[in-house]
Design a protein around this ligand. Sequence first.
Ligand code: PLP
Length: 365
Amino acid sequence: MRNFYLFLICFVGFISPAFAKAPSAEEINQRGFGTIFTPHMFVMEWSQDHGWHNARIQDYKPFSFDPASLHMHYAQTIFEGIKAFRMTSGECALFRPRDHLKRMNSSARIMSMPEIDVDEVLIYLKALVSLDADWVPGLKGTSLYIRPSMIATEATLNLKASEKYTFFILLSPVGSFYQNGFNTVPIFVCDQYTRASFGGVGEAKTGGNYGAGLRAQKLAKKEGCAQVLWLDPQERTYVEEVGTMNIFFVIDDEVVTPALSGSILAGITRKSILALGNKWGLNMSERKISIDEVIKAVQEGRLTEAFGTGTAAAIAPIGKLKYKGVVYTINDNQVGPITQSLYDALCGIQYGTEQDEDGWLELIE
Ligand SMILES: *Cc1c(COP(=O)(O)O)cnc(C)c1O
């Protein structure tokens, strides 16, 4: 397999030998998320006549685009966030990459963009990670964050679906989210701004959704919180997501997450946590859950844990909710046992210390 990758790289790519030395895991831990990039990137282009073509691995370098390119004006862009882990065996593995690439195709359909061939792109992705494998850090908690992205590149100010696209993959070694321990964060329940509308594009990982969330994030910071808890766009009644993560609550013996509503991003970590919990015989449920139900359950001492789920942090425990000026503390602001067990199990699978019973890992050979 490795020979096949080298063949692909030599014949498809235009790359110079990488002189840049991979930073140590300790150095990576000291840097901010998504600020270091490996020496290579994958790029391919799409046109109406040729479909996807010119697939290549090349040096990491700036693009040059016509300033009228559609992505710069009307945000016809989509992306994914995948992780590769250095397992305790020394091997590298991707976590559920097919699910991520399939979701990218779902985002593409929502944004009127061309779909990719999942199997083919997975081969390219593995080749890229294999080439820059030295950059997959080894310390527990660190990983290689993978950013596939697609942008509309036709040069026109006429608002329409582009007839040209560029797809690319960047690799960024990232440090552990929990260098100071696996701790809770305070969350601001936002009843002013919403993340996505019903009938809108909240289900797609498309650029505009994230730029549009920044003002609420700023408000959360001002309120002394780490992230925003988003409520539904119609009534500000039902809980949707937290920051750019899905959300779970433990209420009595139920582990509940909001049902996918069209405005909620269908997280792959969310899906994995639901699967793990079901396997353990926990009472996992996907349903509508109102902020009033959440607050009442906290007050009655029945809501004992809350956490966010997403690729970047895996699980983010929530210790406080600030709603309408009042701070509600969950479980004494401590990480609860279900949150801790799910986090340990997920990380265990990712770093190869627990059995990967569901085949979530794809080894890089
Ligand atoms: C990416 C993302 C998530 C989490 O998805 P994962 O597949 O678990 O990484 C949740 N919410 C939003 C808005 C996201 O963009």
